[in-house]
Design a protein around this ligand. Structure first.
Ligand code: TTP
Ligand code: MG
Length: 368
């Protein structure tokens, strides 16, 4: 069998994720909301959906992305507040300011979540655990919200760990515990394993990573296509992905895998509104609005062939452009579809010393 872990085990990665972020900010700013079931999102009388809910509300089964009306049935006392994105962005910026005191190697995943690589940090004698604790205390004391942290030798495990003792918790997986931790880890905790992949794994008798380890890569590939390699590595506790500081983000995309393959182009087009809503939400959560250089559509057929339709974009991106691109992607295989994605490519900002002269593009705001 492959070795467990690898030489990237010396890395020290922290994954930080604020607890019920939008709701926590609201409770911080209005003490009368503390200790109460609250949620942030659209109103119940206008087919609104919740962005998040306080842990008091979660005790009633209230969840993110739940229609507000459903949530109010579960918890009639639920206080629903409108989204105040500017406020959350300002707090997110302050949270990032705390991270920056400890490392420059920060990869934000969304407004309230980031990976930090503290391998080279000299703070707290280089102890990632002490650094994570310091970040948690500082965020709590100076910003008035709580943040959970996971500390591990790689991104995959750090992210699993930050969720382990949520809310207001920390979990450390030191290198010598990776083997045992991963062996017992349920496969549905693996990043990228959604409900559909989890069911497929379960149907094959794979419930924990220890079960996954018994599979050869070639056999996994037959069932999971290009995702097999990542599954195979994760099951050994291996994840070589580096923490990429935010300025290297070159694109943003969202995708959906369908429980039942989509039979034709119309069925694909019908999924666009959902994809657009997700893309807009991710975009809204970015700390800065990056200049868009292109749009793309990704399609994967039921037999795991993939294709991408790219379109260069001068000026603002257009929601309406995705439809024709999707139809073009569909035409290439004209066969059932299992996955659809849409995304934007950004103009890349290089560090100042390497800044390339870019022409001013009319309609795109200012030159980079
Ligand atoms: P999350 O970190 O996924 O959730 P959370 O911080 O509310 O709760 P947890 O304690 O489980 O981390 O998302 C961060 C914020 O992003 C969340 O406060 C609201 C927003 N969001 C949405 O708007 N819609 C969604 O479906 C989700 C999941 C989050
Ligand atoms: Mg969070």
């Amino acid at each position: 069998m492959d070795q467990i872990g690898d030489n990237t085990a010396e890395r020290k990665i922290i994954h930080c994720d604020c607890d019920c972020f939008y709701a926590a900010v609201e409770q911080r700013d209005d003490p009368s909301l503390r200790g109460k079931p609250i949620a942030v999102g659209g109103a119940g009388d206008r087919r609104g959906v919740l962005c998040t809910a306080s842990y008091e509300a979660r005790a009633y089964g209230v969840r993110s992305a739940m229609p507000t009306r459903t949530a109010l049935k579960l918890c009639p006392d639920l206080i629903v507040l409108p989204v105040a994105m500017d406020k959350y962005k300002a707090v997110a910026k302050d949270v990032r300011g705390v991270f920056q005191r400890y490392t420059d190697v920060i990869e934000p995943l969304s407004l309230d979540e980031a990976y930090l690589d503290v391998s080279g940090s000299e703070h707290h004698q280089g102890s990632a655990t002490l650094i994570a604790e310091a970040i948690r205390s500082e965020v709590r004391d100076s910003l008035g919200i709580t943040i959970s942290a996971g500390v591990a030798p790689n991104k995959f495990l750090a992210k699993v760990a930050s969720d382990w003792h949520k809310p207001d918790g920390i979990k450390v997986i030191p290198p010598q515990e990776v083997e045992a931790f991963v062996a017992a880890l349920p496969v549905d905790k693996i990043h990228g394993v959604g409900k559909i992949t989890a069911k497929k794994l379960h149907d094959l008798g794979i419930f924990r990573c220890a079960d996954l380890r018994r599979w050869e890569l070639v056999d996994l590939s037959k069932h999971f296509g290009s995702f097999a390699q990542a599954l195979h590595n994760y099951a050994q506790g291996i994840d070589r992905r580096e923490v990429k500081p935010s300025r290297s983000r070159k694109s943003l995309s969202v995708e959906l895998t369908f429980a039942e393959d989509l039979p034709n182009a119309d069925a694909c087009l019908a999924k666009l509104p959902d994809l657009l809503a997700r893309l807009n939400r991710r975009l809204e959560q970015l700390p800065h609005t990056p200049a868009v250089a292109g749009q793309f559509v990704k399609l994967k057929s039921a037999d795991f062939r993939s294709t991408t339709v790219d379109r260069q974009q001068l000026g603002d991106w257009e929601e309406g452009a995705f439809g024709p691109m999707l139809e073009e992607a569909w035409q290439r295989f004209a066969s059932p579809v299992r996955l659809l994605g849409i995304g934007l490519r950004f103009r890349v900002l290089l560090p100042d010393s390497q800044q390339l002269p870019l022409p001013f593009v009319p309609g795109s705001g200012s030159p980079l």
